[in-house]
Write a protein that binds this ligand. Structure first.
Ligand code: PLP
Length: 351
């Protein structure tokens, strides 16, 4: 059934093991992030078989479907209205708001559980996390009074909103926070979580400051790519996921529409340049599944546009090799894997 996303489980396992060993060899634990593939069960099973230290996802709905002894971590700050679900289906969540942490405490009390917290500190990327030093100390003081919350550690997230690249100097600030909290409150923090796949160059170069003992990895596992500079990593696969979709029309057409141009299917006025008549194919996949600009064809064809359910491809003069029902294969990016795995119209095929 097409369109389908082909998932190579052994390549996934290889990337996962490579990243896990790279962390463990340097004394760090790894949170294996499953959100890009919507916590697909076949891939979660591989995470469990390979005994990752934690399974992490940004959506509580994804964690709900996972049952294993490996601790589950909610990456996105919990919604205050969903704390029951969060406590029920995750062991640890990342947090920055005391109001939410108190709500988690209440839910944990009712459910007779202890819920773990990683307190997020914003070191300049300006997405989640406490920015003000005094607020960090004040929040820790309040957390330590809650009976059903365990402060597991602190963390930061870089190279997401602001694109800030982690450096030893920036990450050292997280270690300084750890030291400050441990000495002010006479406690020991178990997890100091330094960030995501943008830390990999530092990790492989042994430049992560001492004191940071955890990272949370998604993209590097699925695409074999670090995210500070976008470099592909040696010894990993970039093609764990591939899109295969079928051709539903092949016809010669002009490159400029005939008639007055109004809005397209998405309310935008399209602009065309005259490239003469060409042979075009229509693929049975569209914007509802993926942004075609995030697809790289393996064949030498040009993707020229899309609507909700179609992608239009200029197949030039290679018409002899395509017939209706033939398929094309595409190399994927992080964004395209995310949307294709989210689309219920795309079949999953494991190899
Ligand atoms: C808080 C947090 N940590 C880690 C990750 C993993 O990021 P990456 O895919 O760059 O490794 C994400 C995103 O998935 C995230 O939101």
């Amino acid at each position: 059934m097409y369109p389908r996303i082909i998932i190579n489980k052994e390549k996934f396992r290889h990337n996962l093991k490579y990243m896990l060993n790279s962390c463990h060899d340097r004394g760090l634990t790894m949170m294996a992030v499953s959100k890009v593939f919507c916590a697909d069960h076949e891939l979660i099973n591989i995470m469990v078989e390979e005994q990752v230290d934690y399974i992490a996802d940004s959506r509580i709905e994804n964690l709900t479907g996972i049952s294993s002894v490996i601790p589950k971590v909610l990456l996105r700050l919990p919604s205050i209205g969903k704390t029951d679900q969060v406590v029920k289906h995750s062991d640890i969540s990342l947090n920055s708001e005391i109001a939410t942490i108190k709500a988690l405490n209440k839910s944990a009390e009712i459910l007779n559980k202890i819920h773990g917290i990683i307190l997020m500190i914003d070191l300049g990327d300006l997405r989640e996390g406490i920015f003000d030093e005094e607020e960090v100390s004040d929040t820790v003081k309040k957390i330590l009074k809650l009976n059903n919350i365990k402060l597991k550690g602190i963390g930061t997230n870089l190279t997401c909103y602001g694109g800030v690249i982690p450096t030893p100097k920036i990450l050292q600030k997280l270690v300084d926070y750890k030291n400050m909290i441990e000495s002010e409150f006479n406690i020991s923090l178990e997890i100091i979580s330094g960030g995501n796949s943008s830390n990999i160059e530092l990790l492989l170069a042994n430049r992560i400051p001492e004191g940071i003992n955890n990272i949370r990895l998604g993209e590097s596992i699925v695409l074999g790519r670090e995210t500070a500079f976008g470099n592909y990593l040696d010894n990993t696969y970039a093609d764990v996921f591939t899109l295969e979709t079928d051709i539903i029309e092949i016809k010669e057409k002009p490159s400029i529409p005939i008639g007055d141009i109004g809005m397209n299917a998405f309310g935008k006025v399209p602009i065309f340049s005259d490239k003469g008549i060409s042979l075009r194919a229509i693929l049975a996949v569209g914007n509802q599944d993926v942004d075609y600009k995030e697809l790289t064809p393996y064949d030498t064809v040009d993707l020229i546009g899309s609507s909700s359910d179609h992608i239009i491809v200029n197949i030039g003069d290679t018409h002899n090799i395509y017939e209706i029902g033939d398929t094309m294969l595409f190399r994927l990016t992080y964004a395209s894997i995310l949307s294709l795995m989210t689309s219920k119209y795309v079949t999953k095929y494991y190899e």
